[in-house]
Design a binder for this molecule. Structure first.
Ligand code: TYM
Length: 329
């Protein structure tokens, strides 16, 4: 069986971009592949966090993964910090990653601009840890949204460099980017990706239906004169974003959506997209809440997940330590 792996930082409450760009596709793939899904909490502390909130979000994220259809019996679900091999391989890979390569990462540049008072070394070496997350499990594919493509590419470069120096140790994985939903934009700023940092343009998975509807009704559409529902990312980014959300949920093509709303305008389209999102998220929200009431179950899931992950990760780490010349324990 081919292996898949991906993770999400519990740095904010999960949102529609995380769902359509990542988790939805994971659930669809999880029957055919051997899958590892984790909470990237080590990555999260590159930005200052409130400890109790980070713990709450990490647990909620585990519940949401399960609520979105990742069956813990078939998927390995774990918390990154519970598997110490990530930090250990991260160090070795940091010693195989160049300063110049890291300086070119757009996520680093964005975050350094946003958190100018805390441009710490972890933020800079972030891609080395992410490469370790991936390479420990020798996956074939890494399903992520568009914004993580550059990180998977540097992971491939580092793996190739390491293999070149030390023989074939790592499988060089491919990014796997969905056709629809790979780049969900902010509802009120359709030139920026949807993220928790612009809460008014962001739909959180646990949000109340009336709040979701309000955000969709207020979504910025475009100021062109014929207010027709037509897909054009350049000229009509607002309505195109709504169309891509609607298409990712219903599976309908842009042509079909255009035909359905012909002559109806934005006013009719926005609440329809809102309703589709509300109905999509309702069972996920309810199931997440139900699971959160059973902490013992969730603990069982992440402990078993960490044990299984560590077993696989240790095999790769031992190989790496041998190749670089560490004395065996
Ligand atoms: P993170 O936590 O920012 O996002 C998690 C996943 O959600 C996707 N995503 C989006 N997709 C579409 N539209 C959006 N607006 C949107 N916002 C987020 C991301 O592409 C991602 O797939 N560095 C990673 C976490 C990570 C990781 C890994 C991922 C750490 N180690 C190893 C894969 C493999 C990150 O910050 O994603």
């Amino acid at each position: 069986k081919k292996v898949l792996l991906s993770g999400i930082q519990p740095s904010g409450d999960l949102h529609l971009g995380n769902y359509l760009g990542a988790i939805k596709n994971w659930a669809e793939l999880s029957d055919q592949f051997d899958c590892y899904w984790f909470m990237a909490d080590l990555h999260t502390i590159t930005v200052r966090q409130e400890a109790a909130e980070l713990r709450r979000r990490t647990l909620t994220q585990i519940a949401t993964y399960i609520a979105c259809g990742l069956d813990p019996e078939k998927n390995t679900i774990f918390v990154q910090s519970h598997v110490h091999q990530h930090a250990e391989l991260g160090w070795v890979l940091a010693c195989h990653t160049m300063f110049g390569e890291l300086s070119r990462m757009t996520q680093f540049k964005d975050k350094a601009a946003k958190h100018a008072d805390n441009i710490n070394a972890g933020l800079f070496t972030y891609p080395c840890l992410m490469a370790a997350d991936i390479l420990l499990y020798q996956p074939d594919f890494v399903p992520v949204g568009e914004d993580q493509k550059q990180h998977v590419e540097i992971c491939r470069d580092v793996a190739t460099r390491f293999n070149h120096l030390h023989g074939d140790v790592f499988k060089v994985p491919q990014p796997y980017i969905p056709k629809a939903g790979a780049r969900v934009m902010s509802l009120n700023q359709p030139d920026t990706k949807m993220s928790k940092s612009i809460p008014e343009g962001c739909v959180f998975l646990m949000e109340k239906p009336e709040d979701i509807m309000r955000k969709f009704k207020r979504a910025i559409t475009d100021s062109d004169t014929e207010r027709c529902v037509h897909y054009d990312r350049e000229a009509k980014p607002g309505v195109s974003n709504l169309m891509s959300i609607y298409s990712a949920i219903t599976g309908e093509s842009y042509e079909a959506i255009e035909a359905q709303f012909e002559g109806k305008g934005y006013g009719a389209f926005k609440p329809v997209v809102g309703e589709a999102v509300v109905e999509l998220l309702r069972p996920i929200r309810e199931e997440t809440q139900r699971l959160l009431a059973d902490k013992a179950y969730l603990e069982g899931v992440y402990r078993a997940g960490a044990e299984k992950a560590a077993y696989v990760a240790e095999k790769t780490l031992r190989k790496v330590y041998k190749k670089v010349g560490f004395l065996p324990r």
